[in-house]
Every structure is written in C-alpha cells, then in structure tokens.
Design a protein around this ligand. Sequence first.
Ligand SMILES: [Fe+2]
Length: 569
Amino acid sequence: MIVLGISCFYHDSAICIMKDGEILFAGEEERFSRLKHDSQFPSLALRAGLDHCKIEADEIDKVIFYEKPFLTYERIFETIMELAPRSFSLFYDSLSKIIKNKLFIKSTLRKHLRKTLKNEDYVIEFCEHHYSHALSAFIPSEFEEAAILCIDGVGEWDTTTVWHGKDGVISKKYSINYPHSIGLFYSLFTEYCGFKANSGEYKMMGLAPYGEPIYVDIIKDNFIKVHEDGSIRLNTQNISADFRSDLVMSSLDKILGSKKRDSEDISQFYKDIASSVQQICEEVVEKMIIFALDKCNSKRICLAGGVALNCVANGKIAKKIGAENIWIQPAAGDNGGAIGAAMSGWNKKISNFRPTLGTQYSSEKIKNIIDSKSLKYQEASVDLIVNDIINKKVVAIFQGRMEFGPRALGNRSIIAKSAEPSMKALLNEKIKKREGFRPFAPIVLEKNMGKLFKDAYKSPFMLFTQYSIGNIYSATTHVDGSSRVQSVSEENGLVFDILNEYESRTTEQALVNTSFNIRGEPIVESPQNALDCFFDSGIDSLCLGDFYIRKSDNNKDFIFFESREFLKD
Ligand SMILES: [Fe+2]
C-alpha cells in the first residue's frame, strides 16, 4: 500500500511517501518553492517525491492529513467566543484562513491533489496533530517501548501530550490544552526579543548564554506558572488567550519595561530575557520528561514537536537520564507531521531511519548543468576538498539525498576549518550574513567525540548541545563552551571521509558544518540552486556530486555575485 502523508497550511509544509512501512521520500515544500517555511499545499514536493520514487500518480492508495481541522476550528471558535467582542479581528484573520483552507479540507485537498494525482480513487483520512508528531518520534526510534512527549505551539487543542508506545502502537496518556503552551510562550518571547516567531526560536536559544536569568521570577510571577509535574498555566490576563501579538507585546513592555528592540544589535536586557526564558523552558521540559517517564513507567523517551528542537534543553536532559534513553525526531516541527501522518495506521516499527529522504541528482544531470554554463571543473576528491579546507577555503558540499528537517547533515552543507579564530566572522561576512552572536555547529567523527566533549555521546542528527574540552575549535564553540555537535559515522559518506583525511593531515578533529544556503533562503535543493548559492556568496569551492568547481578557476563573467538585500529569517 502506498500512503501519502501531508502537512500544510500552517508553516513548513511537507509530504512523505510510504510504501508498506518503508519511507520512500520526504520533502519540504520550501526547498522547491524557495520560500522559507512555505505553508502552501506542497505540490512541488509531491511532484518531486513521485518522480524520485518512480511512482505513477494513480498508485497512491491513501492520503493522510496531519491534523483534524474541525477540532482546530472548534478551538478557535471557542477562543473567539470567550474573548468577544475584542476577538472579532481574530475571527476575520483566523476563520477566513480556516474557511479557505481547512473547513472544507477534503475538497481543498482534492482540488490541490487533482493537479498532480490524475485519478481520485485514493482515500483521504485525518489524524490528530499530536498523534502525527508522536508517531514520527516513536515509530522510527530505536526503542520497542518508550514514553513519548510532544511539545509544540498548538495542534487542535493539544499543546503538550504524553503517549506510551509499545510494539508499533501508541496510546495517549495525558495532555495539556490551549492556551497553556510552552511552545507559544517561547515564541512570544522570541518575538519580544526582536526575532520572528515560528522561525527565530533557535536564535533566542543561541542568545541565552550571553545573558543572566535574572528575570525568571518576574516572568513566572506574571506570565507562566510552572507546576512540579511540568504542567504549566499561562496567565491569560497578561498573555491574551488569542496570543494577539500587539496586546501581548504591550503587556510585556508594561511589566518588563519597554526597551528598544533590534535583532541586529541586541541589548543586555534582551540577552537576560532570553536567558530567563530559556531557563524556564528547560525547567518545564525536564519536569515534563520526568513526568512522562513516570506516567508510562518507562526508562526511555521519544520527543517531537517544535520544542524538541531546543538542543540546549535536550543536552541537559540527556545528561540527566542518559543519552541512550532519548530519541528525537530530527524533523520535530510540523514538517515531521507529514512522516507521522503517513505512518498512521501502520502499527509497526520501522528500522534504520535516516533523515536523508529527499531528492537526489544523477551525475549525468549535474554534468549537463555544469556544461551548459561552461564551467571549469575537476573530478571531485577528498584530497581536493581537504586541501582547500586546510588553506582556509570555504567548501560547499552537494551529495546524495537531501536531508529532511531543518539541519544539513553533510549532504547539503558548507564545510570549513573550525580551529581558526577568524572563521566565524569570515563565514558570516562572506556567506551566511547572520547575527554575529550565533556560533556555527561542528562535525566530529563519532570515535573522537570523547576527546572533544565532556560526557560525550552520539549525536548524529545535531539535536543536542555538548560541552567542549578546551577551546581550540573557536568557530564552533559557543560563549558558554557548548556546541551543537553532529557526530559523524561511515553512514555519512563523504563528510566521514573528509574528517578522517583532515585529521590525518592536521591532527584537528572538528570542522564547521553549516547548512548550504544564504540568509533568508531555504537550504539548496537542486544543482541549479547550489550553483546560484555558490556564485552568489563567498563560498570558494563547490563539490557538486562528482564534480569540483573552484571559483578561482572560472572566468569572472560567469560569476553573478552582486550585493543584495538579505531577507530576515
Ligand atoms: Fe506541531
């Protein structure tokens, strides 16, 4: 049976194609539409998925949507009634979107699917939002039995849920309902600190180590009550239950003090706020995990939902309950809901999950594109790449299948020297254009993790921060000594070979790995995207499949680098 899982119409739209319990393909719409966090129906990702799997459109048996829109409608309608008449603006904003896309969701889905799937014999089903998160965390995990904790902004009514998983089947044990949401709480403060909600949360997390948690008490007194079991109550007097941004911001200004917000030049006040909010988040997540383990009488936990991407909180939990007892879905946000939806009804575990589930391009296709632009290239080799890195060049890697989820894990990555004091500034100035306070992440061979990090453990999907021993890897070590490290094994292919060769020639054991994109743009998907990004940035060399292109070998006429405005992300 071929099943299509879909998540869309909120943010990070995605699809997943499963056949008899095997994930054949998963992809986010943003990679194809080139609109970051694209929320539209994922038509382009679907087309790419069908092509990749060589599946004919009429072979899809079932389509499963990652949410039950009627329950979402009920939640929004009740919130409106509770806050009327002030909530009429919410009525128009939210309900018009819902009516347009979700209320008549079956016909909306069929209308979009009709453009790609020629017949209409498939069945359309719906699964609860947190059920799809929970499946995406448990079914591909390494555990036969585990507690499952999903924490996000909101899905239908749920903001936090605990499930128990055993032998491929999950059952719900507990939930916290809207508006009491640690995810929405974190997003509000993300916006308060001048970042974009629903995408800037990882920047808040990166900002936190620069501050002191001196506002924890005042935030807890006025905005959030944290109970011993990790459950929370938001103070809806100060955080309006519809989370209307202008009202909440003025309430935060009134209680915490109005200060000029500027995400490019952040004052100490906002660093302290970030530190305080991060501390509260860590406290809640830790308590919830202990509660979930206890509730399910389990020793192991699986995590999903956007809050599960808080790798600082994850690192602290790993230390407490043992990293071997945690498994986190790398696409923990709503994109991963497409995977969970596709798994709905499967009721069996799947093994050997890897997040490299996207498109792949043949050597022939890549060569045709390179030749069409008359670019000079060499045959790619580990030797060429390592030579360039040693010479402090920045190398982009495009190989194998695209990663699904927010992290580039070596297939769509930019690699550079980490033990180089100027590298962070150079990467920011020439390529990433991002805020200077944010560190880059390292890749380290699994066998070397213990040499570089205290209490080290495997972290193949870059979901935990660990604390460095020493500080020679300056580009990838945060101000508090932490690193969001990816441990690399043979399964990672080229980056594994690069790290091995680099170590043998330099004795250095870490390199920078940052996603292959420039600020405001999604990670590159195609060879054309890769070439555009390469020539539109300060990247020195590009390993494009089997071909190695150096900017210095190519005539400047081919270089379309120009000064440009970067979208805020
Ligand atoms: Fe979610």
